[in-house]
Design a protein around this ligand. Sequence first.
Ligand code: ADP
Length: 249
Amino acid sequence: RLMVVRDVTRLQHLEQMRRDFVANVSHELRTPLTVLVGYLETLLDADDGSQPRRQRALQQMQQQAERMQELLRDLLLLSRLESGNETQQQEVFDVSSGLQGLAQDARALSAERGHQIDLKISGNTLLHGSQAELQSAFSNLLFNAVKYTQNGGRIEMRWWQDEQGGHFEVSDNGPGIEERHLPRLTERFYRVDPSRNSATGGTGLGLAIVKHVLLRHDGNLEIHSTLGKGSRFSCHFPAQRLAQAPGTY
Ligand code: ADP
């Protein structure tokens, strides 16, 4: 028999340093960026359009600065999720009303791109957990489907319950993802096709956020996708995470 003992103190320490570093940098960059965005807005408001090149430069600076703000917001959210010292067991998230709100937001996001967005809900829809985190995870999956599915495509959101627990699923008939990318999709900044992404925006952190939120709720993420046919992202929550609706017991 062989027993292997490994001291992981140093590894854990380095991991903690990495987390703190990312959180601190993101936090420190927020204020200077807010100032830049503020002045750019003032400059653009005062612009009379007499110098189109200057106006275009200002617009591009504003776009990129807003993108940086989005990145910082997602990085800060990720480091909060990773630090893991919030408790969310007491709060109850009403999946049904949350998803109805999200469906409306997705239709507004799709707008003239004309996606068909359907929602199907059944079973117990009350889930123990942080409303803000779960809403953020579900919206990341749904908005990705809107972003990546071709105009007029079909998107379906589903919530159901069985003896294993509660399940949330977003499926689309979009471009799909090659199998070799699937295991790496939830890594930070991992993109399937960087050129496709520059057109759709996004920070590359969405699925990493989804993974962390699910981890904090004892759930897991399952991804199925076929190139050219579409993708399906499923979130599974264990039965003990389901809360009984008042009056049903
Ligand atoms: P991003 O901000 O780039 O959307 P995500 O972490 O949310 O970052 O997603 C990672 C990558 O997974 C995306 O860049 C995209 O290539 C791919 N992806 C995510 N959802 C879908 C989808 N519904 N259909 C096709 N590709 C998707």
